[in-house]
Structure formats: structure tokens, C-alpha cells
Design a protein around this ligand. Structure first.
Ligand code: ADP
Ligand code: MG
Length: 448
């Protein structure tokens, strides 16, 4: 038997990779489990599983006509078979994502459960592939309005490709919060049960730093127990290996990596270009002028090593929106994390018409919590406070309390709008991505 799950969320940093490995280890007690890092553009499972020094990765298997055997990229770790993906953009560019189907279908004949750690965004073709390929998705969300809204969008995308929701995990729940009410409300909108509430725990980050899955690093922690509970509540369906193989028939064209998307940033109008720039002053100026556009921040290390590492932060009406770090190849919160501790020496600020940023902003996987740049890159309480005050109502963070989430979930019309938009988006983009034949068209006029 085999069932393939994609672990998905709309947003980066919600804990997909953490969840993939935790569920994998818990399920491995009973089943033969294979974990694949299908986040090919922004792989990080290797860091979570202590595999960052391995030679052969999924990237090598995705090269057309490769003579590398799948088994060479399979590592037996923590009771699971783990297929990490590399982090090189060159390897990404050389990889043909269509090969993922061959890899998954071959592995499907040898294992009970496949877990695909999936990309954050649903705004790119390579990000929807694991969702198409999987039998069902496991949605990882944080108890915030943006995260739930993104989780619902992922669910609609998956449904558009006939992939249902197996369950939802609330992760990074703060201990002073009771999410019972919102979990109950949320379960009405998700196609599967709420599998667990996993608390925000320092030990989870410590595990990541050690390169160990949480269940190996701190098996007795309450977060580990919550993941085991989630695994136990997951009902596994019996599938034949063929079903999995057949999920994904046609060849698909490689997606541009994120670096290229950012290289393709609309050129905009240069507002400011400073060496020895102060990040705080620049963020404040952006806020005060209501900048819609982006900043390119160049860390000192980049200049010293002559590398092209840069970070990009985009803005909507002065509010930080999306971030990406080319050096570390990470987006969202991780991109801001990657900037902390480095000295930013040069900042260019560009203004751009809002609609030109829409494509990048739709890739919500790289969104940052709006006060995060101010909090992590400056020590200006004034700036943090001003940013928080400038936020529109639906930007409220978890710290604004759960009442915002409750009122969001109590508004079925708003949720239906989000879902309808996501469905429409999935259909519109399927054409762009050449994935039309995989769409679920059963509710369309043709009846098929
Ligand atoms: P994703 O794969 O969705 O981007 P990760 O699993 O890499 O997310 O998690 C992002 C960061 O958040 C990591 O540093 C991870 O250790 C941390 N994290 C994930 N879950 C928790 C949790 N329950 N408590 C504390 N930190 C967490
Ligand atoms: Mg990840």
C-alpha cells in the first residue's frame, strides 16, 4: 500500500519541514515511510535532518537522462528513508520537475507512506507539483488570519487538482493561547480534521540548529507529543502504487527559481541609493512616504567576498510585505533572519506601480510579518510602533490576540470569497503552467 501526502501551507516558516519530519518519524513506528524534499527551489529539509553534507540529492535525480540511481539519493535516517534536495540554484535550473513523478512513482512501489515537503507558495508551477502528485495534503497553519487564509487557499488549489485535505495542523501555538475555539471554527472550512495543536517551543528551533528532527532531539517535549498525536489521528488510505504514479502524467517545464523572479523585479524608479545606509532610517522613510516598491539591501559580507548576495524587501503602502535573500536562497521570515547579524552597507530603494508587484505579492509564501524587519534589523521602538500602527486591520498578528481570527472564521462570506478567488486563480494559472489536463473539471459545463 502507499499513500502520498504533500505537507503544505501558503506561508513559509509555518513549520512544514518540521512537520514533515515529525510526522515521518511518528508514522515510521508503524509504517515504512519515505520523506522527500519536494521544495526544490528552496530546499531546507537537509538542514533539519543532518544531511547538509551529502553528495547526491533529489536535484541529481531530476536531471533528464540522468544515470544516477534513485537509491543513491535515499538516506536511511531516523527510521525513515529520506531524499533531501540540494540548495544550488544551478542544480535547480538544470532540474526538470517532470522527473519528480518518475521518482515518486518508483518509490511508491517500495514504501507505505510518502511525505512530500512542499514549497511555501502556491504562486508557481513547481510549487503546485507536489500537490498534484500527492493523494492528499496535510495543511500546516499558524493561528493567525493571514496564515489561515493562506491555508484555505492552498486547500482550494489542491482541490482544483482533485487532491483533498487529510488534516490540518495548528503549529506554533503560543502557550498563553487556547486555540480550541478557532480550531473548532476552522474545522468547518477545512476538508479534513484538525490533527493537533503544536505549541511554539524553543526546543523545536534548537532541534533545527542541531540538524535533528524534533522527535529525535526532544522526543519527550510536548511539541513532539503533539506531532505524535497528529500522526495517530491521520487515517491512512490504502492505495496501489499505480494510483500515485498516474496522478501526474504530462511533462512540465521547469519553473524559474526565485532568484530569477527577483532578478526580474520590475525596474521601478530609484528613490534613494545610499552606501553606509541605516536600515532603520530607510524603513522609516519608506513608511512615512507610503512606499510601494522594494529595497535591495546589500550586506557587507557580500562586498567583501565579492558574492552577489542581496536581500530584497518589497513594500505596499510603506508596509514590508515580501522578503527574499539570494545568498541563503530563503524567503519570508528566514530571509530577514539571514540578514540579522550582517552589516548592511548599501540600500537602493525603488518605487513601483502596485500592479507590477502583484505577481510577487501573490506568492504569499515569502511574506514577512510586517513589523519583523523593524524588530530584527533595527532596535528602534519608535519604528516598530509606527509600523504596527500603520497596519490595515486584517494584518493583525498573533499578538493582536485570537479574536481577529475568531471574527475572520465567523465570516463565511469572507472565507468563501477567498476560496472562490483561489479556485479562479488555480484555473487561470493552470493554463499558464500547462497543467490544464490535471484540473478537476467535473463541475464545469462539459461535465468532465
Ligand atoms: P517551513 O518548512 O514551513 O518554512 P520550518 O519547519 O523550516 O518551516 O520552520 C521554520 C522555523 O520555525 C524553523 O526555525 C523551525 O525550527 C521553527 N519552528 C517550527 N515549528 C515550531 C514550533 N512549534 N515552535 C518553535 N519553532 C518552530
Ligand atoms: Mg521548509
Amino acid at each position: 500500500m502507499v499513500e502520498a501526502f504533500a505537507v503544505a501551507s501558503g506561508k513559509g516558516g509555518t513549520g512544514k519541514t518540521t512537520t514533515t519530519l515529525a510526522l515521518g518519524m511518528a508514522l515510521a513506528k508503524e509504517y515504512d515511510v519515505t520523506v522527500i524534499d519536494a521544495d526544490t527551489g528552496m530546499a531546507n529539509l537537509l538542514f533539519h535532518a543532518g544531511l547538509d553534507d551529502v553528495e547526491v540529492t533529489l536535484h541529481d535525480l531530476l536531471v533528464t537522462d540522468t544515470d544516477i540511481a534513485i537509491s543513491e539519493a535515499v538516506y536511511e535516517r531516523f527510521g525513515m528513508s529520506v531524499i533531501p534536495c540540494g540548495t544550488s540554484l544551478t542544480a535547480f535550473a538544470a532540474a526538470n520537475p517532470a522527473q519528480l513523478r518518475a521518482v515518486v512513482s518508483t518509490l511508491a512501489t517500495e514504501t507505505d507512506i510518502i511525505l512530500l515537503d512542499s514549497p511555501a507558495a502556491i504562486g508557481s508551477k513547481s510549487a503546485v507539483l507536489p500537490i498534484i502528485l500527492a493523494d492528499r495534503i496535510i495543511v500546516v497553519v499558524q493561528p493567525t488570519v493571514p496564515s489561515l487564509s493562506d491555508g484555505l487557499k492552498v486547500q482550494e488549489y489542491a482541490r482544483s487538482y482533485k487532491t483533498e485535505t487529510a488534516g490540518v495542523i495548528f503549529n506554533r501555538v503560543r502557550q498563553d493561547e487556547s486555540v480550541a475555539t478557532i480550531a473548532e471554527q476552522a474545522s468547518r472550512y477545512f476538508g479534513g480534521p484538525i490533527l493537533a495543536h503544536v505549541p511554539e517551543r524553543d526546543v523545536v528551533r534548537a532541534a533545527r540548529r542541531q540538524g535533528e528532527p524534533l522527535l529525535a532531539h526532544a522526543p519527550d517535549d510536548i511539541a513532539a507529543s503533539a506531532f505524535r498525536e497528529a500522526a495517530a489521528s491521520l487515517e491512512i488510505n490504502d492505495k496501489t502504487a499505480n494510483d500515485v504514479a498516474n496522478r501526474f502524467k504530462s511533462a512540465v517545464i521547469p519553473e524559474q527559481p526565485w532568484k530569477m523572479v527577483f532578478d526580474g523585479l520590475p525596474s521601478g524608479e530609484l528613490q534613494r541609493s545610499r552606501t553606509e545606509a541605516s536600515v532603520g532610517d530607510t524603513l522609516l522613510a519608506a513608511l512615512e512616504s507610503g512606499l510601494t516598491g522594494y529595497m535591495i539591501l546589500e550586506p557587507k559580507s557580500a562586498i567583501l567576498t565579492n558574492s552577489d548576495a542581496q536581500a530584497v524587501i518589497t513594500f505596499e503602502d510603506g508596509i514590508p510585505t515580501v522578503a527574499y535573500h539570494t545568498g541563503h536562497n530563503v524567503g519570508g521570515a528566514a530571509a530577514i533572519d539571514a540578514l540579522t547579524g550582517t552589516t548592511v552597507t548599501h540600500i537602493d530603494v525603488y518605487a513601483v506601480a502596485a500592479h507590477l508587484l502583484a505577481r510577487i505579492h501573490r506568492n504569499t509564501g515569502y511574506r514577512v510579518e510586517p513589523t519583523m524587519p523593524a524588530r530584527l534589523l533595527t532596535s528602534s521602538a519608535h519604528l516598530i510602533e509606527r509600523t504596527a500602527q500603520a497596519l490595515p486591520a486584517d494584518h493583525q498578528s498573533q499578538s493582536a490576540g485570537l479574536s481577529a481570527v475568531e471574527s475572520f472564521l465567523a465570516d463565511p462570506e469572507r472565507i468563501e470569497t477567498i476560496r472562490a478567488e483561489a479556485r479562479a486563480d488555480a484555473h487561470a494559472r493552470a493554463e499558464e503552467w500547462g497543467l490544464l489536463e490535471h484540473l478537476d473539471t467535473t463541475d464545469s459545463d462539459t461535465g468532465e
